[in-house]
Design a protein around this ligand. Sequence first.
Ligand SMILES: [Zn+2]
Length: 187
Amino acid sequence: MQDRKSLPPAVRRRFQTGRPCLDLAHTGGEDEFAVWEIVHTPADLGHWLGVILDIPEIATDPADLPTFRTLRAALDRTARGAAESNPPHPTDIDTINTIARTPPLIPHLTPDASLTYPAPTAQAALSTLARDAIDLFASPLATRIRVCASDNCALLFVDASRPGRRRWCSMDRCGNLTKVRKYRTTD
Ligand SMILES: [Zn+2]
């Protein structure tokens, strides 16, 4: 099991959106996002689902990949739409609802009071992520979904700050880079 802290910084950045369903959108994508793809095989999918959900790697098979890609595209479009106050597309709503109908990961309390998910499957993990998306898109937090304001960053995040004026995926990177750039251009 790989936890987020052990990931290289460039990869770790993808999984700091504040919501697992948005973290899934950051595993790659189509068109301009295809260069960022990290899920090429069923094994990749099992690995990254584990990282995103903070559970051990999940066994997957090739049939899981199309479900994953369809869900990821729907989540990405819906989140980027929400960031511009656009309603979700009916096809994407259908995709999310259909995948959420599959039984999700079932939490299990162990004798030492820790949480496990016995016999996790990729289909159950994708259902858990679709349910997280429904929870997010139907909540007041949907208006807090943002796309990073840095010119060369398209990462999504949920702005959970009290004033709701957060602009960057991370202050460490994009926030400071933007400030440095501004400083240089006004110098
Ligand atoms: Zn950024």
